[in-house]
Design a protein around this ligand. Structure first.
Ligand code: SAH
Length: 213
């Protein structure tokens, strides 16, 4: 149930659901999603559902990860240069990003969750990812600007600090809202920021501060 065949079926389903970006499908075909959830849930890792990880957080469904990654890439012919992720969680989205960008910076507020994820990604040989334990609302200005910024927890409005770290031509993808949430895409054009509101989604909230144990 965690075999390559199961993963291929997930890719076929994603295609049927309208994901056409081959870069994204290829990344999702390679990254073993079952290694990002508890062993007891591994057999469900390739279903199109979000699943609990630890510390009350969830791993997003395959479709959500694929959709957000495709929006970030916007059919680019090459890997993106630098991407920033807020909300590392179990690191699945991070591992997918590591295959579509040269450098990935990812921030997580829950220390012990990040420690496990750090070990997991190291074991998998993911090398182009820089993890940081911090409150991600301020981003990581010292490594920016970024071609893409992705938030994996919902928020009412995108912090100004994050928009300031987006290069021209760059894109931010995040779930916006409260009880009802929608994926929101903000493009940084030479004319300014252009926003689109897309699919309805369900995420855990973006929270302030850090948790150390
Ligand atoms: N992409 C992750 C999603 C995890 S859920 C995965 O697939 O596993 C969202 C994550 O965002 C949680 O781990 C949560 O702790 C983290 N988070 C919430 N608010 C945050 C903040 N202000 N800064 C950094 N991380 C935050």
């Amino acid at each position: 149930m965690t075999s390559q065949r199961t993963r291929i079926r997930m890719i076929e389903r994603l295609r049927e659901q309208g994901i056409i970006d081959e870069f994204v499908l290829n990344a999702m075909n390679i990254v073993p999603r079952h290694l990002f959830v508890e062993a007891a849930l591994a057999s469900r890792a390739y279903e199109d559902v979000s699943l609990p990880i630890n510390f009350g957080q969830t791993i997003s469904s395959p479709w959500t990860v694929a959709r957000m990654t495709a929006l970030l890439r916007e059919k680019a012919k090459h890997p993106l240069e630098k991407v920033l992720e807020i909300g590392t969680g179990c690191g699945y989205q991070t591992a997918i990003l590591s295959r579509i960008a040269r450098e990935v910076y990812s921030i997580e507020r829950i220390g012990p969750l990040l420690t496990r994820t750090r070990i997991r990604l190291l074991k998998m040989g993911v090398r182009n990812v820089f993890l940081r334990h911090a409150d991600g609302m301020l981003g990581l200005p010292e490594a920016g600007p970024y071609n893409g910024i992705i938030l994996t927890a919902f928020i009412r409005e995108i912090p100004e600090a994050l928009l300031g770290q987006l290069s021209i031509g760059g894109r931010v993808v995040f779930p916006r809202g409260d009880r009802k949430q929608h994926l929101c895409l903000i493009e940084h054009t030479t004319e300014g920021f252009v926003e689109s509101v897309l699919d309805e989604v369900m995420f855990v909230p973006m929270l302030p501060g850090t948790v150390n144990r």
